[in-house]
Design a protein around this ligand. Structure first.
Ligand code: RIB
Ligand code: NA
Length: 309
């Protein structure tokens, strides 16, 4: 079966506590709500693309445990192809402990577990499907050499590559830039990668230019309520794409909603301008910040205005 979007990436069980504020070191505070959700940047992005109508496949590893089996069912419920989802007895399904404060901000600790055991053999199994896809999406919650290998395979087959260097690492291999058609990160990741402060739209333009110089075809830096900044090798002038103002309830996974939407637009409208795709992806992500959780807050096709699809 042909797929539009392949994601080689992570699955995490999100263990979420809502609290008035983030605790300090050594401090205990009362939260007012707790829930368990399906998360992990790779899976989040895949599910968002699927909900907008892309045919998606996930290449990932979960544990041979309750959380892993549950996660596979979640992919099926979201019409994500699970042919390349494997289970291991060697590690637990990835877990993310998340605290969300009343301002909708979060702090997250991930234990990647089974995600780190996704290896070359599993990627090989997916090679022929990946080579026929329209778009590949990768992040950094699995072994980074597997993400890089996936980007290389896609590039060799003329599949468009979107790379999200999250969570960011300071010494990112330079090939990640060269293998990315779109290199998309948020302001804090851009700061870490460039060593410059990104506190404004102008700063994002400068950081974006620096990232672009490292060899990607395009750079997008997401800026939360400020939307994003887009730069292309063919048009390196930073372009600010603002977004609508909303009241955030929970911004966890908003970046993943943006990424998944972007992948959907690239697969379905290959000739649409990157600015327009980014504008629409901003609006999809703005829906997600208005309710709690990651995937639980991601809109379906039916929830969106026709002009966004
Ligand atoms: O980007 C949000 C995600 O980051 C959460 O779902 C959590 O699992 C962490 O991976
Ligand atoms: Na949300």
């Amino acid at each position: 079966e042909e797929v539009d979007v392949v994601v080689v990436g992570s699955c995490m069980t999100d263990l979420v506590s809502q609290t008035p504020r983030l605790p300090k070191a050594g401090e205990t505070i009362h939260g007012h709500n707790f829930f368990i959700g399906f998360g992990g940047k790779g899976a989040n992005q895949c599910v968002q693309a699927a909900r907008l109508g892309a045919k998606t496949a996930m290449v990932c590893k979960v544990g041979k445990d309750f959380f892993g089996s549950n996660y596979i069912q979640n992919f099926k419920d979201n019409a994500v192809c699970t042919a390349f989802v494997t289970q291991t007895a060697e590690a637990m399904t990835g877990a993310a402990s998340i605290i969300v404060n009343d301002a909708g901000e979060n702090a997250i600790v991930i234990v990647a577990g089974a995600n780190m055991l996704l290896g070359e053999e599993e990627l090989e199994q997916a090679r022929s499907s990946l080579a026929k896809a329209k778009v590949l999406l990768c992040q950094l919650e699995i072994s980074s050499h597997i993400s890089l290998q996936a980007l290389r395979i896609a590039r060799q087959s003329n599949v468009k590559t979107i790379f999200n260097p999250a969570p960011a690492i300071p010494d990112l291999h330079t090939d990640f830039y060269r293998e990315s058609d779109i290199f998309c990160c948020n302001e804090s990741e851009a700061e870490l990668l460039t060593g410059t402060r990104v506190a404004s739209v102008d700063d994002a333009g400068h950081a974006g230019l620096e990232l672009l110089k490292r060899g990607c075809a395009a750079v997008i830096i997401t800026l939360g309520p400020q939307g994003c900044v887009v730069l292309q090798a063919s048009n390196p002038n930073p372009k600010h794409i603002p977004t609508t103002k909303v009241t955030p309830v929970d911004t966890t996974g908003a970046g993943d909603s943006f990424m998944g939407a972007l992948a959907f637009y690239m697969a379905h409208y290959p000739s649409m301008s990157l600015e327009e795709m980014s504008r629409r992806a901003n609006l999809v992500a703005s829906v997600s910040v208005q309710s709690v959780g990651t995937q639980t807050s991601y809109p379906f096709k039916k929830d969106l205005a026709a002009e966004l699809l």
